[in-house]
Each structure stands twice: as C-alpha cells, then as structure tokens.
Design a protein around this ligand. Structure first.
Ligand SMILES: [Zn+2]
Length: 329
C-alpha cells in the first residue's frame, strides 16, 4: 500500500517528468508565479505523458502546500485518489462526455466558486473527437473565462481544435523521449524487470513511455517469445504452426499488439540484412538469404496492416485466423 502510494506521488511532481524541458520550465515558472494560463492545450502523440502533465496541473490547482503540487497535502491526496470535488475529468475518448450538452453543463458549472480549493480545474482528456459544436460551446467559456478556473485539454494535435480555441489557449507540445531516457525512467517503475528488456521495449516504441509501459504490463517476455516462435514458423513455411501460434494471441488485445510489435521488429531485422546490413539474429540471416526483399517487405506491410485492424473493435478469434493467413513469406 505504502509502495503504491509512493509510486503515485512519484508521477505527480514536475521534476520527475522526463525530458520535455521547455514545457517543464515554462509550466514551473507559471506555477511558481501563480500565472498559469486559464486555458491550456497539451498536444502530443499517445503515451508522451499528456495526462501526467494534466494531472500535475490539477494537483497544482488544488494543492494546499508551499511548492505546488506538493504531493502530500490533503488536497493532493484527494487529487491522487481522484476524489477531489474541484477536479472535473471528462474522457474525450467517450464522445458523450464531451458532446455539446456536456460542454454546456461544464460551462454552467465553471461559474460556480470552487468547493474547497483555490482553483477549480476541468481536464478534458483525449479530445481528438471533439466535434465543432462542442468546441464552439467551449469557446464561449474561453471568451468570458470564469475566475478561479483552469481548463486543460489534451489532444494528439492542437490542429484538431478550432483556431479560435487554440488562439485563446496556451499550447504545450510534448515529444517522445530517447529510448535510453525512457528505459531509465521505466526501470524505476518496474524495478523487477531487467534493464535490457525495458530498453528493448522502449526501442520498439521509439521512447514512447506509455506504449512501452503497455508492452511491459502485458508481459513483454511472453509476447517477445511468441513473436519469435511465430516468426520461425513463418520462416519455415509451416502454415499450420503459424495458425496454432497466432491463436495464442487471443487472450488480450494489448498482448496481441505487443506480439505484432515484436514480429515487425523481426521483419525489420530481415529487411536490414537483405539490404546488406549486419545482424546477430540467425533467423534474420537465414530469411534474408532465402527470400527476396520484396517478400519480406510485403510481410512487414501485412503486420503493419494487422496492427491497424487490431486497433479497431475486431473479434480476436477472427483476427488471429486472418493473421495466420497473411503471415507468409
Ligand atoms: Zn499539495
């Protein structure tokens, strides 16, 4: 319990957010001088830490400590437990939570004084699907901003929002960090995992912390092993084995996605060897010697397509059968 609590506090402090120094410095100064903009857009790819920054801002708004957010005062503790009455969270991936009616409710609510904190904060998370009417309704709040209120929107790209909304907000852009930075950070979160495994997962995700954590959570070792088995079945032309092995991917979508990432890495290694690069992988050398570069590229394309299909609501049993049929060299 104590350890869990420490873990949560750990990500509440700006100092512990890795890289993205420009954003951190600017936010820190704004917080120290009590000049946080009343409307903030945090943009960045999935897993770059948008929600973490949004949580830090929410902590700042309700903290009762000296250096906000302190992570230990009653306000921060309530924020960490998602039970603070002055922190409102709307999940934009559920479009109902940011539809026009929801935004109108937020607008009304925003003019009511905070319950117990200095500031009230509205986190509108993952607003990629926020429709124009909702954005226009939101714009009305920004045009006459209520006192003591901070709005935070997170979105993949601020360009998905109306120019009028953007121009009234401060936009902070988050970038993925280097693989080594990501691995170093995640090693603190997953001390039981070997560094090499974390670094390998981070490399697969281009240093994207959220995605790397997903792979680690979903059991990176198992997915890497299954991917290697599938790849060797493909390389040996054993279609039935491929089918049996892909059926093991149906347990969970994150797991399946992580297996595909490792498969893609295998294919990329073969392509590298087939264009004259060196590799430690025996199977990559063997495949590159036996198959044309175009065949390997087609396999990589199919794996990529599978990733896209997996991100839709596809039935996993159908998916694994279809996958086996396209995993051929
Ligand atoms: Zn605090």
């Amino acid at each position: 319990m104590y350890i869990n609590f420490l873990k949560v506090v750990f990500i509440m402090m700006l100092d512990d957010f890795i890289a993205n120094d420009e954003v951190k410095t600017e936010l820190e100064q704004a917080m120290l001088s009590n000049k946080l903009p009343h409307a903030i857009i945090i943009e960045g790819a999935k897993g770059t830490g948008k929600k973490t920054i949004a949580d830090i801002i929410a902590g700042y708004c309700v903290c009762q400590g000296e250096k906000r957010p302190c992570g230990t005062c009653p306000g921060c503790i309530k924020a960490l437990h998602k039970s603070h009455p002055d922190i409102f969270i709307a999940d934009g991936s559920n479009s109902v939570e940011i539809n026009i009616e929801a935004i109108r409710n937020i607008r009304q609510d925003a003019y009511i004084m905070p319950n117990e904190a200095r500031l009230k904060v509205y986190l509108l998370l993952d607003c990629d699907k926020m429709l124009i009417p909702s954005q226009n309704a939101f714009l009305k709040v920004l045009e006459e901003p209520p006192a003591n209120v901070i709005f935070v929107i997170t979105v993949t790209s601020a360009n998905m929002l109306l120019q009028t909304v953007r121009s009234r907000s401060r936009i902070y852009t988050l970038y993925p960090v280097s693989n080594e930075q990501a691995a170093g950070y995640l090693l603190k979160k997953y001390p039981e995992k070997p560094y090499d495994e974390i670094l390998r997962a981070a490399s697969l995700c281009d240093g994207n912390i959220g995605k790397t954590a997903e792979i680690l959570e979903s059991g990176g070792e198992q997915s890497s092993k299954l991917a290697n088995d599938i790849f060797s079945a493909i390389a040996n032309g054993k279609e039935y084995d491929t089918l049996v092995l892909t059926s093991q991917m149906t347990t969970n979508r994150n797991f399946a996605s992580s297996v595909l990432d490792f498969l893609l890495e295998n294919a990329a290694e073969c392509v590298k060897v087939s264009v004259g690069g060196s590799s430690d992988s025996e199977i990559a050398k063997r495949v590159a010697a036996a198959k044309s570069k175009n065949r390997i590229l087609r396999l990589a394309e199919n794996i990529d397509r599978a990733k896209e299909i997996l991100s839709t609501n596809v039935n996993l049993s159908f998916f694994s059968t279809w996958l086996a049929s396209v995993l051929k060299l």
